[in-house]
Write a protein that binds this ligand. Structure first.
Ligand SMILES: [Ca+2]
Ligand SMILES: [Ca+2]
Length: 229
């Protein structure tokens, strides 16, 4: 084995070790972007979607998940309530305030329990967080911490359930937006409101590490080619 192939095998071994090690430190980030109005006669917020984004991050471990909720609203539009789901029993999960500074001194009212909470005419969700008039506006960002033994971000990749008085269910999350300016509103009026939902994206950490591994192999090959030339 010559010097060049030794260095290549060394790099390949390094990449293999890197890839082999990745799953053990898997961090998952779950993102739900609420960009679709789903109520029968509701109104869409006036700014660009997504209007609300939920990000669940377990930091590569289990037991504690940070939930960051960001808004992208305009004018006097504000979030009255946010609903989401768990694929594990929700009763044992602690939901705690982390940073609510952007609520301007206001607080969040939290309700949990499997299929506890119905959003508009749709199905039942496992968590509900409610806000006071005008607190959660503009591009505010607030965070909560969810804890339970073994809990990871993936445990919030659930859908709402159909039930009495509800429609089909099957939504990832929902939010009720108030004070939307609509056609016919006079100056200073904002009489619209709407229910929004959207799709979930999962971002597993191994994808990033695999790319890093491939990058290292590519770097090794290009060095090798240059030395041969
Ligand atoms: Ca605020
Ligand atoms: Ca449920």
């Amino acid at each position: 084995m010559n010097k060049l192939s030794k260095s290549f095998y060394g790099l390949a071994l390094g990449a293999f070790l890197l890839l082999g090690w990745a799953p053990a430190s898997m961090a998952t980030v779950l993102v739900i972007e609420l960009d679709t109005e789903f109520s029968d006669d509701g109104d869409s917020p006036n700014g660009p979607a997504p209007w609300v984004t939920l990000t669940f991050d377990d930091g590569g471990g289990s037991g504690s998940v940070t939930l960051t909720i960001t808004s992208n609203l305009t004018g006097v539009e504000w979030i009255q309530s946010i609903y989401f789901n768990a694929t594990v029993a929700s009763g044992g999960i602690m939901l705690m305030d982390d940073n609510l500074t952007d609520l301007g001194g206001g607080s969040a009212t939290k309700t949990k329990g499997d299929d506890c909470c119905k959003a508009d005419g749709d199905g039942f969700f496992d968590f509900l967080i409610e806000f006071a008039n005008g607190d959660f506006t503009g591009t505010d960002a607030i965070t909560f911490t969810l804890t339970e033994i073994g809990l990871t971000a993936s445990d919030f990749d659930g859908l709402s359930t159909a039930g009495p008085g509800g429609q089909g269910g099957g939504l990832t999350s929902a939010a009720h937006i108030q004070s939307i300016v609509i056609d016919g509103d006079g100056p200073g009026q904002a009489s619209g409101s709407g229910w929004i939902t959207g799709d979930t994206t999962t971002v597993p950490e191994p994808a990033t590490l695999s790319l890093l591994g491939l990058g290292l192999i590519g770097f090794g090959l290009s060095r090798r080619r240059r030395r041969v030339a």
